[in-house]
Every structure is written in structure tokens, then in C-alpha cells.
Design a binder for this molecule. Structure first.
Ligand SMILES: Cc1cc2nc3c(=O)[nH]c(=O)nc-3n(C[C@H](O)[C@H](O)[C@H](O)COP(=O)(O)O)c2cc1C
Length: 167
């Protein structure tokens, strides 16, 4: 049994997709938590805020959930050929709210699967997330789940991703 953390950058169709991943993981006997980054409503990261404890959000609970998870599934819509600000923002807060060695060890080798429900194909947001999560040291799975207005989710892709991430 594996512990999955499913992160969704938005609360609409991508949140629905996150719930589908969580249901699939649970049906295979895994634990799955869904965290909605839009609901967290973090302030935008700036250096000034990060240096002021009164303006820095407490993300320790998220960091702890991420640490305990055996694998992450990161789900985001494409925004202007890249990822939505909620996702990039939380990574900036994570990387500055802890010691950099702790951030490195949190991310290094973490199995990560990527998924999207976007207006178009979603290939650009998958590339953007692949670049960022690879950069921070995660082990990003080659197969990704792309869906959109004109492309239904392939349930076999979700099953295969869960099986491979749980290994
Ligand atoms: C600011 C913004 C930029 C967008 N840019 C793109 C884009 O570059 N490519 C694309 O396929 N869809 C784009 N879309 C459409 C979203 O990817 C699509 O509506 C997605 O399903 C929204 O996810 P949600 O329902 O979880 O909020 C954009 C939407 C917004 C709000």
C-alpha cells in the first residue's frame, strides 16, 4: 500500500480529475489525500513577504503531508502555455520556508505523475511541470494524463500511472 498526495492547482475540472485519481488509488488499496492549492489561497510569493514572518503563510501541514507521501500526482490546467500561478507559487514558498537541504531531500527521488484538464491539448503545461519537478529533483514519470474539452480522460492511463507510482 502506498500513500499518495494528489495536488490540484485549481478547483474546477482539475479538482474533479484529482478526485478521479484519488478514487482510483483508493480502489487499489492505497491512501490518497487531495490538496487543492487554489483553496489554500496562499499570498503571492515575494522576497519581502518571505522575510516577514507576519506575511509568510504557514505551510508546515502541507510540507508534512508531502513528506509523508510515497508519491505525488500533480494536476494543473494549462495557463498561457505554462502552469497556473498557484502551483509555481507554492513551490516558491516551499523552497524558502525550509532549509534548502530539507527541501532537496523532500523532493529528491520522489515519484511524481503529471495530469491536466486544459482548454486545448495540455501538452505545454505537462512540459512546464515536467521541467520544474525534474529540476527540484523529483523522479517524474514519462507517462502523463492529458485531457481537455475535446479529449476525455483515459481511465487506463490513470490506472497505469497509479500502479507505476506505487512501486
Ligand atoms: C488565464 C488562463 C489561461 C489559459 N491558457 C490556456 C492555454 O494556454 N492553453 C489551454 O489549453 N487552455 C488555457 N486555458 C483554459 C484552461 O486550461 C481550462 O479552462 C481548464 O479546464 C481550467 O481548469 P479548471 O476547470 O480546473 O479551472 C486558460 C485559462 C485561463 C483562466
Amino acid at each position: 500500500m502506498a500513500r499518495f498526495l494528489i495536488l490540484t492547482a485549481t478547483s474546477g475540472t482539475n479538482r474533479e480529475l484529482a478526485d478521479v485519481f484519488a478514487t482510483s488509488a483508493a480502489s487499489k488499496g492505497h491512501d490518497a489525500d487531495v490538496v487543492d492549492l487554489a483553496e489554500m489561497d496562499l499570498p503571492m510569493f515575494t522576497m519581502a513577504r518571505s522575510k516577514n514572518p507576519d506575511e509568510s503563510p504557514d505551510i508546515s501541514e502541507l510540507v508534512s503531508t508531502m513528506t509523508q507521501a510515497d508519491a505525488w500526482v500533480v494536476i494543473a490546467p494549462e495557463y498561457n502555455g505554462s502552469m497556473p500561478p498557484t502551483l509555481n507559487n507554492v513551490i516558491a514558498w516551499m523552497s524558502t520556508s525550509m532549509d534548502w537541504q530539507d527541501f532537496r531531500s523532500l523532493c529528491t527521488g520522489k515519484p511524481v505523475g503529471l495530469a491536466t484538464h486544459s482548454g486545448g491539448g495540455g501538452a505545454h503545461v505537462i512540459m512546464a511541470m515536467r521541467q520544474q519537478f525534474s529540476y527540484i529533483g523529483a523522479d517524474v514519470m514519462g507517462r502523463a494524463c492529458l485531457s481537455g474539452k475535446n479529449k476525455e480522460v483515459n481511465p487506463e492511463t490513470i490506472e497505469a500511472m497509479i500502479d507505476n507510482l506505487a512501486r
